[in-house]
Design a binder for this molecule. Structure first.
Ligand SMILES: Cc1cc2nc3c(=O)[nH]c(=O)nc-3n(C[C@H](O)[C@H](O)[C@H](O)COP(=O)(O)O)c2cc1C
Length: 442
């Protein structure tokens, strides 16, 4: 038997699982400041996730495809239910909505550059459409949010698709926060807000109180844009089965489900960690809702919240998603939390790999800031190139897995290709526990 050699253990000091050091620090911080903690990023607690699933590669009973010679498609069509011009993307990985305001102008531009280079879409956010972003984005999805910040019909018409945001995985039922230090003259102008004053955006749309009104709103958006643009409805994952059914009834072309691991620019810590359900639990609920309405693969499903690797992409698709969206991982690809800024993160009381104070506007990488000097550090061309590389890797990884499972298209992956390594994941994802044919709850 080996004993821990660490001094505390030798002295017989035992860390409490309930009052561990981060918990103690949080209580001390609350006692000192009297203010709740706000931060960016997504849930940091350990949750059942795509890592708890494994693929059953082909061997005898299934026939794998040869990587160098046999094609494995990655393209996806989004929004062909009612829209005249659905999006034809080359890869099933899209860039999620992140606001200009939360992010700097050059960072938004880089997202457009990176996405366009590999033939996928990016999305505006709570703060409107910047000309740089529109200019550099081959496919730009325009968010229509409860706040209506930056919303104007001219920009709606310039978009390639419209995403009606009902909620986000990081804070379902809550609105956004943008602290005064990030409300520069330009951000204030686009949002028609006073400069430098903290703002909270609305948690619900002022124009409707339920699904029937949403139907009217979606029709209005279709009329304004001549029925050309796909209309997405984005929900934070909670009562996903019902929300997806209602979104389909309201007329959505595409439903976006964002799990609780989903990133945010700024929300209360207590919200991020304690509201919503894991992405893994949400996907089968969404797929069940679509299947029961007979529209699975007809109303497309985009899944987000904690997507990091091609394996995550492949697992989301296998569970029934048509595409995924990434936020946090895209920012990391741009250069967020890069060790190059280690010394500066330390000065901010953080560290490379831990920095989540997106609300402060002090990001040394120049991404989640409106400080002109910090933003000028970030090169949108280089950032876009890095993002495009990362998106290529995600796609190639997903293809590798799909071929190993004998699929000629990543969208041919299916739940039957998956098993779970924990009972929790098996129950949530509704796939068998590895080595058994047992799906808990079935
Ligand atoms: C910096 C930042 C800003 C965001 N801003 C918005 C926004 O304006 N509107 C929105 O619907 N979601 C917003 N989100 C959430 C993303 O659209 C997406 O749902 C989430 O990031 C996906 O999870 P992931 O970060 O784990 O990939 C933001 C996320 C981040 C990290």
């Amino acid at each position: 038997m080996t004993y821990p050699t660490d001094d505390r253990a030798r002295l017989g000091l035992r860390e409490s699982a309930t009052f561990d050091r981060p918990t103690i620090a949080a209580i001390q911080r609350a006692a000192e400041t009297g203010i709740y903690d706000i931060r960016g990023w997504g849930a940091k607690r350990s949750l059942p996730h795509f890592d708890d699933l494994l693929f059953l590669g082909a061997s005898m009973s299934r026939y794998p495809l040869e990587g160098y010679r046999e094609r494995c498609g990655t393209d996806v069509v989004l929004g062909d239910r009612f829209a005249k011009h659905p999006l034809h993307l080359d890869i099933p990985v899209t860039i999620a909505g992140m606001s200009f305001g939360a992010l700097s102008g050059p960072a938004k531009e880089a997202l457009g550059r990176g996405a366009s280079e590999v033939g996928t879409s990016t999305t505006t956010g709570d703060g409107g459409m910047t000309p740089e972003e529109r200019g550099q984005s081959k496919y730009l999805v325009y968010q229509y949010l409860p706040s209506r910040y930056g919303m104007n019909p001219a920009d709606l018409r310039k978009a390639d698709a419209i995403e009606v945001v009902l909620g986000q995985g990081a804070k379902p039922g809550g609105g956004g926060m943008l602290l005064g230090q990030k409300i520069s003259e330009r951000v204030a102008g686009m949002r028609t807000l006073p400069e430098g004053i903290d703002q909270r955006s609305a948690c619900r749309h002022p124009d409707w109180t339920g699904p029937d009104d949403l139907t009217i709103k979606i029709n209005e958006l279709r009329e304004i844009t001549d029925w050309e643009k796909p209309i997405y409805v984005k929900v934070g994952a909670t009562r996903t089965y019902y929300d997806v059914k209602l979104a389909v009834h309201a007329g959505a072309d595409v439903v976006v489900v964002d799990g609780m691991q989903g990133g945010t620019a700024a929300t209360q810590e207590v919200f991020i960690e304690h509201v919503g359900i894991p992405t893994l639990a949400a996907v089968p609920q969404a797929v069940q809702a679509l299947a029961e309405l007979g529209v699975h693969r007809k109303v497309q499903l985009i899944v987000s919240g904690g997507i990091r690797t091609g394996a995550d992409v492949a697992k989301a698709l296998a569970l029934g998603a048509d595409a995924v969206a990434i936020g946090t991982a895209a920012l990391i690809a741009l250069g967020d939390n890069h060790p190059r800024y280690a010394a500066e993160y330390e000065k901010l009381g953080s560290a490379a790999g831990f920095f989540d104070d997106f609300q402060d506007g002090t990001d040394p990488a120049g991404i989640s800031t409106q400080d002109p000097e910090l933003a000028a550090r970030f090169d949108p061309v280089e950032g876009g190139r890095r993002l495009a590389n990362y998106l290529r890797v995600l796609t190639m990884e997903a293809q590798t897995i799909a071929r190993a499972c004998g699929k000629a298209h990543v969208l041919h992956l299916e739940p039957e290709d998956l098993v779970a390594v924990t009972i929790e994941a098996a129950a949530m994802a509704r796939v068998p526990l590895a080595g058994t044919d047992w799906i808990p709850g079935r």
